[in-house]
Design a protein around this ligand. Structure first.
Ligand code: XUL
Ligand code: CO
Length: 433
């Protein structure tokens, strides 16, 4: 048991005008939008690593948080889980996500580490049975320990590949046992620091084979969840192989996995790759690989992966618009891969960071649903491409280059440019956010 959140009530929806700090202003789980409950649209998840395991360090200083569950024993790990589920109850979130390293102490050997993981999976299974919060996804931390410094599946040392295989297998088993709806692979060290010591071809081949083995194992154990790759261009590596959605899609095609693996898109990673969040979501949806999102924001001045809680609903409305256009989540969800700032010491800071983020997402979702329901944006988009509905236009795609070329003289074509109407569309969006 834990009294860490003593005095903090379970949060309820009280509407936009409430003066109560410990209430939702926009997140109303049972409100129906486009035929779906808000909770089922948003599928919020708390990230174990940032909210429960992160000590508050930055490159210039170490731990700022003093949590009673920080320590290396299984008792500490169980207390952390108690606090975690107390937080989930207060927030009323349907899901959580974890890395193995977040939930169990590291052992002196692989066997000891695995035994610790198994003990914690038993404990989490009991917790899940008594609370409503379930597992959105599990993953293996293949980046913090020094053994992974030169990569996991892409490590020049085959023994590290074996260790990565054993670790991922253990985590897929754990995720399967806990009824996880997805399994995520984020290749934080699957990249390089310097090309001067890197065999790019071999590393990419090994990463591709590893992913094939993961997919194969998924089918053999009957795991029904989705395998997700989380793209990120750099940090910690100078260059990471899963740079962005387009790069991951090319990689999946190369290894015949484009129907087996989808993407978990993180806001901050999209920005680091020089894209907008909504671009990455729209591209993934158009390629049929949209899976889930890690919701956060970066500090736009620092230009680095600061993993802050989202608080700009107008910006996020465009992301949720793309998610709704894609038909919403299937097994995915909105995971808060976000950490409170290192000066935010109080238990209330942790609760209210999530509450504000949930409200911001809910407000964005409402705007996005209204824009979609209104239909004008989609009508204008369709109008822009209407010329392609004619038989002559379709025939060009079926024929050769010379057939398309012949139309110019046969029909006396001289294209007349038309307005893209960008500002008018932006004005339309602003009516809803
Ligand atoms: C790192 C990151 C990870 C993944 C899971 O930038 O986003 O926390 O989400 O390994
Ligand atoms: Co992430």
């Amino acid at each position: 048991m834990t009294d860490f959140f003593a005095g903090i009530p379970a949060l309820r929806y009280q509407g936009p005008d409430t003066e109560n700090e410990f209430a939702f202003r926009h997140y109303n789980p049972d409100e129906v939008l486009l035929g779906r409950r808000m909770e089922d649209h948003l599928r919020f998840a708390v990230a174990w690593w940032h909210s429960l395991a992160w000590p508050g360090g930055d490159p210039f200083g170490g731990q700022t948080f003093q949590r009673p569950w920080f320590g290396d024993s299984l008792d500490h790990a169980r207390l952390k889980a108690d606090v975690g589920f107390a937080l989930f109850d207060i927030l009323g979130v349907p899901f959580y996500c974890f890395h193995d390293a977040d939930i169990r102490p590291e052992g002196a050997s692989f066997a000891e580490t695995k035994a610790n993981l198994d003990a914690m999976v038993d404990y989490l299974a009991e917790k899940q049975a008594r609370h409503r919060t379930k597992l959105l996804w599990g993953t293996a931390n293949l980046f913090s320990h020094r053994r992974w410094m030169a990569g996991a599946a892409t490590n020049p040392d085959p023994d590290v590949y074996a260790y990565a295989a054993a670790t991922v297998k253990a985590n897929m088993d754990a995720t399967h046992r806990l009824g996880g709806q997805n399994y995520v692979l984020w290749g934080g060290r699957e990249g390089y620091e310097t090309l001067l010591n890197t065999d790019l071809r071999a590393e990419r081949q090994h990463a591709g084979r590893f992913l094939q083995q993961v997919v194969d194992y998924k089918h053999r154990i009957g795991f029904q969840g989705t395998i997700l790759i989380e793209p990120k261009p750099q940090e910690p590596s100078k260059h990471q192989y899963d740079y962005d959605v387009a790069t991951v899609y090319g990689f999946l095609l190369e290894f015949g996995l484009e129907r087996e693996v989808k993407v978990n898109i993180e806001q901050g990673h999209a920005i680091l790759a020089g894209h907008s969040f909504e671009h990455e979501i729209a591209l993934a949806a158009s390629l049929g690989i949209f899976g889930s999102i890690d919701m956060n924001r970066n500090d736009y001045q620092s230009g680095w992966d600061t993993d802050q809680f989202p608080n700009n609903h107008a910006e996020m409305a465009l992301a949720f618009y793309e998610i709704l256009r894609a038909g919403g989540y299937a097994t995915g969800g909105t995971n808060f891969d976000a950490k409170i700032r290192r000066q935010s010491l109080d238990p209330a800071d942790l609760v209210l960071a999530h509450a504000g983020a949930m409200d911001t997402c809910a407000r964005a979702l409402k705007s996005a649903a209204a824009m979609l329901q209104d239909g004008r944006l989609e009508a204008l988009r369709a109008e822009r491409y209407a010329g392609w509905q004619t038989p002559a236009a379709q025939a060009m795609l079926a024929g050769g280059l010379e057939d398309a070329a012949a139309r110019v003289t046969a029909e006396g074509i001289e294209p007349e440019p038309r307005s893209g109407r960008q500002e008018r569309l932006e004005n339309l969006v602003n009516r809803y956010v």
